[in-house]
Design a protein around this ligand. Structure first.
Ligand code: FE2
Ligand code: FE2
Length: 178
């Protein structure tokens, strides 16, 4: 499985939503001024050290994070607050190395096989690595800051099969549909 890619087969409706999200993220990659993150909503959920990390994220990543959290809450009003916080921070690993405009577009429409990625140009290798490994990178950063273990776990595993973890399943499904 390519890390950073949607997990498993998507239901038709989710697949359409995922495609719409892909188009939206591609357009935002080309026109970042279109990003409209609902920071007031996000900061109402996050604890102080989480809020600092969130504020440092690219506006396009904050926009996506807010959409995922809102979709999660629309589908599951009883979602655990830590799952909502994880939704708002799940892609924070992408802040480790900000994408150039063309890289942001490219990594969302094409992800190389890990076996061949080593042959990519140096700059593109970095962009792909962040795209492929952002879950672990983000979790490591949050862990180092002392963020709640459960939030860290959800961020670390948000592209993995949920294996009976209902809150992780909810988060992953909201992400895949956004
Ligand atoms: Fe992700
Ligand atoms: Fe995401």
């Amino acid at each position: 499985m390519i890390r950073g890619a949607p997990t498993g087969r998507l239901a038709p409706v989710n697949a359409l939503r995922h495609l719409a999200g892909l188009v939206r993220r591609t357009l935002l990659g080309l026109a970042p001024g279109l990003a409209r993150p609902d920071d007031t909503f996000a900061l109402g959920w996050l604890e102080a050290r989480e809020a600092d990390v969130y504020r440092a994220m690219d506006a396009r990543d904050r926009d996506h994070a807010c959409r995922v959290a809102r979709r999660l809450l629309a589908r599951h009003p009883d979602a655990e607050p830590r799952t909502v916080r994880a939704a708002l921070l799940h892609d924070v690993g992408k802040s480790e190395r900000p994408y150039r405009v063309w890289e942001r577009v490219l990594v969302h429409v094409w992800t190389p096989d890990p076996a061949t990625a080593g042959r990519l140009p140096a700059g593109l290798r970095g962009a792909w690595r962040v795209h492929a490994e952002h879950a672990g990178l983000g979790a490591g950063r949050l862990r180092a800051l002392g963020v709640d273990d459960r939030v860290v776990e959800l961020v670390a595993r948000h592209h993995e099969p949920p294996a009976g973890d209902e809150e992780l399943r909810r988060l992953a499904a909201a992400d895949e549909a956004t």
